[in-house]
Write a protein that binds this ligand. Structure first.
Ligand code: PMP
Length: 297
């Protein structure tokens, strides 16, 4: 990951070094910031942004949950994203739209909102590294306490606590359970279990139902897999042949171990790799029926 020094902020491309970071803002002080993570890829027809409309829709939804009035809608955000990609000269990478309250104090009602679009290069190979996980002692945020469908920065402290706990025990990532003890998700990714020709993933009620998760559910049917959304207890993990994580950034990541619950049985994780390969061909515009998911820059 290499952040670029060009960013789009409130309608203009500016040099990051020339910006004053507003320390007195609610985003930094109270986590009142919403954001998206979006990938764009090199295709034979030029660079294309993957599932942009779904990401923008979620971004606008997240902003509405925090009662933010953005002074630009979907078209303005798309223009901004195109502008920042062009200014970066990157052919593939990662885009981070964000919006935060610019004033100080918990009362957000008279505050302006700053909208920014950051960009960085991202050349990580799909399925590059297999990860280990530890079920966290921290539970996933309760859907009755926050709106889990929104991507709000403050929520990520929950993910971070789990990450610190996992890393201290020499595991790569945390795995969160929901309040009823069922599998929920990772800090920034969703989870799938593979058993024979079936894929299992937690129901969307207690997680951020990721856009990659949705993509995997739709495309794996083309490969002959049946996808079931269900409540999954941690002890069911040891029946799985394979486990993988999904997210816009990581795409598909194979899990090799989950402390006390799972060790990879299938040596080459053939199902996860097959799905990852298909996913890659889709994001790169090689599958005609899914070209509808690409927005060319
Ligand atoms: N869960 C959480 C908590 C996340 O932050 C993310 C990353 N946005 C995901 C799941 C995966 O979502 P997506 O596939 O839309 O990137």
């Amino acid at each position: 990951m290499k952040p670029l020094n060009k960013i789009w902020i409130n309608g203009k491309i500016v040099d990051l070094n020339r910006l004053n970071i507003p320390f007195f803002n609610q985003g930094l002080n109270y986590g009142a910031c919403v954001y998206e993570g979006i990938r764009f890829y090199k295709t034979n027809d030029g660079s294309a942004i993957f599932r942009l409309h779904e990401h923008i829709k979620r971004f606008l939804y997240s902003a509405s949950v925090l009662n933010m009035k953005l002074n630009l809608g979907e078209a303005g955000l798309i223009d901004g994203i195109r502008a920042v990609i062009k200014a970066s000269k990157l052919k593939a990478g990662y885009i981070r739209p964000m919006a935060f309250y610019s004033k100080m104090g918990i009362n957000i009602f008279n505050s302006n909102v700053t909208v920014a679009i950051l960009i960085w290069s991202w050349n990580q190979e799909i399925v590059s590294k297999e990860v280990t996980m530890k079920v966290s002692k921290y539970k996933r945020l309760d859907p009755d306490s926050v709106d889990l469908k929104a991507k709000i920065s403050g929520y990520y402290v929950n993910g971070l606590l789990g990450l610190i706990e996992a890393r201290k025990d020499k595991y790569d990532e945390p795995l969160f359970l929901d309040g009823d003890g069922y599998l929920a998700e990772g800090a920034i990714n969703n989870i799938f279990l593979v058993k024979d020709k079936n894929l299992y993933t937690p129901k969307p009620s207690n997680i951020l139902g990721g856009i990659t998760r949705d993509t995997i559910i739709l495309i794996s049917q083309d490969l002959g897999f049946r996808v079931l959304e269900k409540d999954i207890l941690p002890k069911e993990l040891n029946k799985a042949d394979e486990v993988f994580l999904t997210g816009t950034g990581i795409e598909i990541k194979i899990v090799k171990k989950i402390k006390d619950f799972f060790s990879k049985k299938s040596h080459n994780s053939s199902v996860s790799r097959k799905i990852a390969k298909y996913y890659k061909s889709i994001v790169q515009g090689e599958v005609v029926k899914y070209k509808k998911w690409l927005t060319y820059v």
